[in-house]
Design a protein. Structure first.
Length: 254
């Protein structure tokens, strides 16, 4: 087993069972083909699991470092080597037909001058702390995005957050402490979980549009600050919203 900072490569077809071995589980794991189920059953519950082997050499473009994974022909943005950058264009494809599908943990953490970023549509995961402390006022999240990691946009300056239709998970503190900047949130019907404090300390949210219908609505645990925004919901869902923890604290439903 090879330990490479943000990454683990384990080519065993019969992985050992692990407990809380890793203090941070937002790790990139490379494993043999078609073994995700057995790995997850043995405690390897990382959000980034890829089939195949990690290419030994990374690819550097505009001080952005990518790693390619054989087997799935995908690439991951591993790190940013320019903390003072004001913009970042994340490549859609690196090497030969390796689509960029993930942004690793802490890639742009602390890039206080970053105010413009382009993320390709094939990205399905934005890792923990990926844009923490960045002063982005706007961002177009990729259409295939599945999950947003813990504190991914914490301490940011976003004005509007439009979560794409494929997103299922917003992890805890994802947009924590956007303070007075964040005004509007749109939540898709595909969401199944929003972590604690995801939008806490975002005190100026005035509008929430939720497309989650009454059959798929779930409780919220300390997700929002003490706010009273206008909340737009699907037709026929009001009774469910008014009875569930977290949602029932809102009074202005439409």
């Amino acid at each position: 087993m090879l330990w490479i900072k943000l990454e683990i490569e384990n080519q065993s077809t019969n992985p050992i069972s692990i407990g809380n071995v890793f203090p941070d589980n937002d790790i990139i794991l490379y494993i043999p083909s078609n073994k995700k189920d057995i790995y997850r059953a043995n405690g390897w519950t990382f959000p980034n699991i890829f089939y195949g082997t990690r290419n030994a050499n990374t690819i550097l473009d505009d001080n952005l470092e990518y790693v390619c994974v054989t087997g799935e022909n995908v690439a991951i943005l591993l790190r940013n080597n320019n903390k003072s950058r004001s913009s970042a264009l994340i490549k859609e494809i690196v090497a030969t037909n390796y689509k960029v599908v993930a942004i690793a943990r802490s890639t742009f953490d602390g890039c206080a001058s970053l105010n413009n970023v382009t993320i390709p549509d094939d990205v399905v995961r934005i890792g923990k702390n990926a844009f923490k402390g960045c002063k982005l006022q706007a961002i177009d999240l990729p259409s295939k995005l599945n999950s947003i990691g813990e504190s991914a946009f914490e301490n940011g300056a976003l004005i509007r957050v439009d979560i794409p239709n494929n997103t299922t998970i917003i992890e805890r503190k994802a947009f924590y402490n956007c303070k007075s900047s964040l005004k509007e949130i749109k939540l898709p019907s595909t969401l199944i979980s929003i972590g604690e404090y995801a939008f806490a300390e975002c005190i100026n949210i005035s509008t929430i549009t939720s497309k989650i219908d009454k059959e798929h609505l779930f409780p919220l645990n300390n997700v929002f600050a003490d706010i009273q925004p206008q909340v737009y919901i699907p037709f026929g869902s009001l009774a469910k919203y008014e009875e569930l923890v977290g949602w029932k604290s809102f009074k202005n439903y439409t």
